[in-house]
Design a protein around this ligand. Structure first.
Ligand code: 9G3
Length: 565
């Protein structure tokens, strides 16, 4: 490709709305341009990279036995009404009416469309399992689009769906997809972890997120420093291996804690450590109130609570509700003599002795409180967030935290969608059965940005060879110099003749501009045609390492092939 024929509007200055490197470099490098908040155009270089990521995804989907198709972005509302999701999703689901005033959604995902299609086309167990995927534009009206392609309102997703006559068959497809995802992110050169995740609104049981480790990631991963355990912090289970306190149980005592509300303040005032305190929070889980207890130095995990109660929604009770139900303000509530609400506690409480807790009287606490002796706990559960330094749940190593960007998410969906939409098949005995499903997503445009987050330096992007828009960059120092021009043209033909993709900077620009653009755009190899052109020598620069050396044009092809490996 000749630079003079394509569109690569590079920028010197950093766009002020771009907070992170990938957003800054993709805009400055002339890869993308914002059309509206969270909505981007992929310029020629951006489109090339997008296609390269897709190529890797298609190859691995093929190996996993998935067949490509394409579903519409325009989705009739009645499918979403059948699954009940039309009303579940608020303004995040983009909706519009057609000329007949019929309601449509712009596809945020395609469970409804694919399941209704399979319902109509597949009736027998002989046709199962099926594994179908598409690479398609998705629409989600994010409240706060940010970080460029990482959180857009229109983005490219690969979404796959599998259909089965048994959980064993689903498990097989899930494992194949899991392997395909690992291959994909490895081939993209990404440092990633597959983490145990929460299936959120999708229901189903097993689900994993594929996280690219990055400080600007919005998710926190808890991983073991000496095993491959890794989980989204929302889900990471905590081992119940606390030591039973040996302290002799004492009698509880009521003490004044005037105006001391938070655990920290009470702990300071009583000069007792946080881990001797009992933190009490009143939650409203669906339509019941539950008093949840945790050790003072732990945080209560509402996602775990939600999963324990299999709840649709969960929230902290308001100050007023708390006052009304427990008779004291939030800073003074506790589990003692609680009659009208269920009390559950984190495992850690089982082993505590002589703790302190709110007395359900404003500005009063109890000290020397002992579980089961002084208050009743209906159930002990794992309800706290895992913390750095905890023992890894697999018993192997200690937990560390890392930030991650979610680039993939695989789900064992179960039968929810097939049930709701009537996707069933006749089994070998001729009996009508409901299908079992899996679904598997990769954010293609998000993956592209995640690669830039991991592959850049102060001068610009440093693409991995598998993703780069072009493999070699030819830069001519003086395009008006006959010698340099002809060597450049010959090199351009010679490389392309060998199947090496080339961007040829044939602009009438100063060398400095060309070099700066070349570093910014980030192709793996730059060939500079300058003074030594008449001896047949060009300068070769390896972008990732900065290494540069002169090389004769006759050796260039072989050299580039070895650099790109
Ligand atoms: C919506 C909107 C946003 C959404 C969804 C639906 C996330 C929604 C979860 C999934 C599950 C899987 C197939 C590919 C892999 C992920 N955000 N999800 O269902 F209407 Cl506005 O998309 N779908």
């Amino acid at each position: 490709m000749r630079h003079s024929q394509t569109l690569i509007p590079t920028l010197k200055e950093v766009p002020n709305d771009a907070e992170i490197k990938s957003h800054q470099l993709l805009v400055r490098g002339g890869y993308i341009r914002q059309t509206a908040s969270g909505v981007y155009s992929f310029l020629p270089l951006g489109q090339k990279v997008l296609k390269n990521v897709e190529k890797i995804v298609r190859e691995e989907m093929e190996k996993a036995g998935a067949v490509e198709m394409l579903m519409p972005a325009l989705q009739p509302s009645d499918l979403w009404k059948e699954t009940g999701r039309w009303y579940n999703f608020g303004s995040e689901l983009m909706r519009l009416n057609d000329r007949h005033e019929r309601e449509f959604a712009l596809g945020a995902t395609h469970e409804e469309v694919i399941t209704s299609l399979i319902r109509d086309e597949v009736k027998s167990y002989k046709r199962l399992p099926l594994s179908l995927y598409q690479i398609q534009t998705k629409f989600r009206d994010e409240k706060r689009p940010r970080f460029g392609l990482l959180r857009g309102r229109e983005f490219v997703m690969k979404d796959a769906y599998t259909f089965h006559d048994s959980n064993e068959s689903l498990d097989e497809a899930y494992d194949k997809m899991f392997q395909a995802y690992s291959n994909i992110f490895k081939r993209c050169g990404l440092n990633f972890r597959a983490v145990i995740a929460d299936s959120g609104a999708m229901g189903g049981k097993d689900t994993h997120e594929f996280m690219v480790l990055s400080d600007i990631g919005e998710d926190i991963i808890a991983y073991s420093d000496s095993s491959d355990f890794a989980a989204n912090i929302e889900m990471a289970p905590v081992l119940d291996n606390y030591q039973q306190s040996e302290e002799h149980m004492q009698a509880k005592e009521l003490v004044d804690t005037p105006n001391y509300k938070s655990m920290e303040e009470v702990s300071q005032f009583l000069s007792l450590p946080l881990e001797k305190g009992i933190k009490s929070l009143l939650f409203k889980i669906d339509d019941q109130y539950v008093l949840v207890l945790a050790r003072g130095d732990h945080e209560i995990n509402d996602i775990k609570l939600k999963n324990i109660y299999n709840a649709t929604n969960i929230e902290l009770a308001s100050e007023e509700e708390t006052k009304e139900i427990l008779g004291a303000d939030v800073g003074s509530i506790g589990p003692i003599d609680v009659k009208n609400v269920d009390v559950i506690a984190d495992y850690a409480l089982k082993y505590m002795r002589n703790a302190y807790c709110g007395a359900n009287q404003d500005d009063k606490h109890f000290v020397n409180v002992n579980p089961d002796k002084d208050f009743h706990v209906s159930d002990y559960h794992d309800v706290r967030f895992i913390q750095e330094g905890d023992i890894s749940p697999d018993g192997n190593g200690t937990i560390q935290f890392a930030k991650g960007i979610e680039v993939g998410h695989v789900f064992k969906l179960g039968q929810f969608y097939a049930e709701k939409l009537g996707a069933s098949y006749l089994d070998e005995q001729g009996k009508q059965q409901t299908m079992t499903m899996g679904c598997y997503g990769i954010g293609i445009s998000r993956t592209l940005a995640a690669i830039v987050e991991q592959y850049h330096d102060d001068n610009g992007i440093t693409w991995p060879a598998s993703i780069t828009p072009y493999q070699a960059h030819i830069v001519t120092i003086n395009i008006k110099n006959e010698e340099q021009n002809s060597v450049s043209e010959q090199l351009y033909k010679q490389l392309q003749g060998q199947g090496i993709s080339v961007l040829y900077d044939d602009r009438k620009e100063r060398p400095g501009v060309k070099f700066a653009d070349s570093d910014l755009i980030g192709l793996p190899v730059r060939l500079t045609v300058g003074k030594r052109a008449n001896e047949g020598y060009v300068e070769c620069k390896i972008r990732a390492t900065g290494e540069q050396f002169d090389i004769h044009v006759s050796e260039v092809n072989e050299k580039i092939a070895s650099i790109l490996k």
